[in-house]
Ligand binder design. Structure first.
Ligand SMILES: NC(=O)c1ccc[n+]([C@@H]2O[C@H](COP(=O)([O-])OP(=O)(O)OC[C@H]3O[C@@H](n4cnc5c(N)ncnc54)[C@H](O)[C@@H]3O)[C@@H](O)[C@H]2O)c1
Length: 431
C-alpha cells in the first residue's frame, strides 16, 4: 500500500515519517515549495526530538519522498491522508476548513479508487461533506475514513508509534479492515483499535481535547485557591491523582493552556454544539477561565515588577507553548511579551528552539545564550518547562544582578530550594 500525506506539518510529517519507518512507501506533499525543497535536502522544518534521524533513515531507504506536486502524488498512492491545518476562522470561533476543501477539490479530479483518510481535526459532519463532494450516487470512487490524530508535539514519535488508541470512522466494513491491516504493526504492540461512524470519530477527537483542557483548567483554578488558602496545589494534585478514577496526568498547575490544538478545538466544539442547539456550558466555562488566567498571570507579573515599568526588564525563559517543540501557536508568552513591551518594559528572551517572529520588535530582544538573557534584569519568568531551565546556575545569574525575582509558571523548583536572600521565588499554587 502506497501512502500519501497531504500537509507536511507537525502531524503530516511525523505520521508520514513514522509510517515509512514501519515499512510503508510514503510521499509527503505540501504546497509550501520551500518546505519541500528543504526536506529533499534533508533539512527538517520542525523541532521534534528524534525526527531528523528518522527522516534521514527512511529517505535513505527510499521509502520516504517529498513532493509539491499534489496531482502526481495522488495518482501514485492508494491511501491519501489529509493532514492540512484546520485553524480557527476569522470569526474567532469555528474551524476554518478551507485548506481541507481545497485539497478535496483536487482529489475529485482523480479517476481511480482511493481511500481518503482525514487526519486533520474536523467538526462533526465534515467527512460526510467530503463523501458527498467526492462521490455521486452512481459513482463511488472514493472511500472516506475519519482517523483523528492524538499525538503530542515534543513526544510525537513515541505517541505515533505507541498510541493509546487508533480511532477509525468509516461506513464500510472492508475499509475498516484495510485500515486495521495498515495499523497492524501498532496494534500488535498494544494500541487499542476502535472502529465507529465517521461522526463519532470526529467527535472523539474534540471531546478528548476538551476533556484535557478541562483537567488543566480545573487544576489551574484550584491553584488560585491554593495560593490564597496557603495550600500546596502539588499535594492536592498527587492526592486526587492517586484515585484511579481521576488519574495523575494533566494535573500540573501552570499558565493558561495554549498550543495549536486546545484553544482552537475547544472553541470549534462550542460552535458545533451551538449549531446543534445543545450548548456545552462546561467547555464554555473552561475557555472563559483560560482567557482570564492569561490576565491573572499578567497582572501578577506587573505586580512583581512594582512601579516605574519603563525602567524594568523581564527575562522570559521559554516562549513555546510547551517544551521540546518550536510551536508558538497560541502560546501565552507570545501574547504576554508584546503587551509588556508596549508598556515600555524591556523583554529579554531565550528559547532553546530559537528566535521567534514578533510582529513589533520594539523592546523585545532574543538571546541565543540563556545567561546573557538574564543580565541586568528585574524578573525572570520561567514560561516553558524545557529541561535546561530545571537546573539553572543561580550564582552565575546573581553575578550580573543585585537581586532577582523569579516567577516560575511551571513549578520547576522546590519552594525550599532558594536559601539565598537575593532571590525571591514565586510559583503556581504553592505557599
Ligand atoms: N499539531 C498537533 O499537535 C496536532 C495533533 C493532533 C491533531 N492535529 C490536527 O492535525 C491537523 C494538522 O495540524 P498541524 O499542526 O500539522 O498543522 P501545520 O500547520 O503544522 O501543517 C499543515 C500543513 O499543510 C500544508 N497545506 C495547507 N494546504 C495545503 C494544500 N492545499 N496542499 C498541500 N499542503 C497544504 C501547509 O503548508 C502546512 O505545511 C490540524 O487539523 C490539527 O488540528 C494537530
Amino acid at each position: 500500500m502506497k501512502l500519501c500525506f497531504i500537509g507536511t506539518g507537525y502531524v503530516g510529517l511525523v505520521s508520514g515519517v513514522c509510517f515509512a519507518d514501519i515499512g510503508y512507501e510514503v510521499i509527503c506533499v505540501d504546497k509550501d515549495k520551500e518546505k519541500i525543497r528543504r526536506l529533499r535536502n534533508g533539512i527538517n522544518p520542525i523541532y521534534e526530538p528524534g525526527l531528523d534521524e528518522l527522516i534521514q533513515k527512511n529517505t535513505n531507504a527510499d521509502r520516504l519522498t517529498f513532493s509539491d506536486n499534489l496531482h502526481i502524488s495522488l495518482k501514485k498512492s492508494d491511501i491519501i491522508f489529509l493532514a492540512v491545518g484546520t485553524p480557527t476562522s476569522k470569526d474567532g470561533n469555528s474551524a476554518d476548513l478551507s485548506q481541507l476543501f481545497s485539497v478535496v477539490k483536487q482529489i475529485k479530479k482523480i479517476k481511480k479508487h482511493k481511500i481518503i483518510v482525514t487526519k486533520s481535526t474536523v467538526p462533526v459532519g465534515t467527512n460526510n461533506k467530503i463523501d458527498k463532494i467526492l462521490n455521486t450516487k452512481s459513482k463511488k470512487r472514493f472511500s472516506i475514513v475519519s482517523n483523528p490524530e492524538f499525538l503530542r508535539e515534543g513526544e510525537a514519535i513515541k505517541d505515533f508509534k505507541f498510541p493509546d488508541r487508533i480511532v477509525i470512522g468509516s461506513k464500510s466494513k472492508s475499509v475498516i479492515e484495510i485500515m486495521r491491516k495498515l495499523y497492524r504493526p501498532l496494534i500488535s504492540k498494544g494500541a487499542s483499535f476502535l472502529s465507529c461512524s465517521l461522526e463519532s470519530a470526529e467527535l472523539i477527537k474534540y471531546a478528548s481535547n476538551a476533556f484535557l483542557a478541562t483537567k488543566i483548567s480545573f487544576i489551574n483554578e484550584l491553584a488560585n485557591l491554593c495560593e490564597k488558602a496557603g495550600v500546596n496545589v502539588e499535594d492536592v494534585a498527587i492526592g486526587i491523582g492517586l484515585d484511579k478514577r481521576i488519574g495523575p496526568r494533566f494535573l500540573r498547575a501552570g499558565p493558561a493552556y495554549g498550543g495549536s490544538c486546545f484553544p482552537k478545538d475547544t472553541k470549534a466544539l462550542i460552535t458545533t454544539a451551538k449549531k446543534y442547539v445543545s450548548p456545552l456550558s462546561i467547555v464554555s466555562a473552561v475557555v472563559k477561565f483560560n482567557d482570564e488566567r492569561k490576565k491573572y498571570i499578567e497582572n501578577k507579573i506587573i505586580k512583581l515588577l512594582g512601579s516605574n515599568l519603563k525602567k524594568k526588564t523581564i527575562c522570559f525563559l521559554g516562549v513555546t507553548f510547551k517544551a521540546n517543540t518550536d510551536d508558538i501557536r497560541d502560546s501565552s508568552a507570545m501574547k504576554m511579551i508584546p503587551r509588556f513591551a508596549s508598556l515600555g518594559i524591556r523583554i529579554n528572551y531565550y528559547d532553546p528552539s530559537g528566535e521567534k517572529n514578533f510582529s513589533k520588535k520594539k523592546n523585545i530582544f532574543f538571546f541565543n545564550n540563556l545567561y546573557s538573557a538574564t543580565e541586568n534584569i528585574d524578573l525572570i519568568v520561567i514560561h516553558t518547562e524545557w529541561d535546561e531551565f530545571k537546573n539553572l546556575d543561580f550564582k552565575k545569574i546573581l553575578k550580573k544582578n543585585r537581586k532577582v525575582n523569579i516567577y516560575d509558571l511551571r513549578n520547576l523548583y522546590d519552594t525550599n530550594y532558594f536559601k539565598n536572600k537575593k532571590i525571591s521565588y514565586y510559583s503556581i499554587g504553592r505557599p
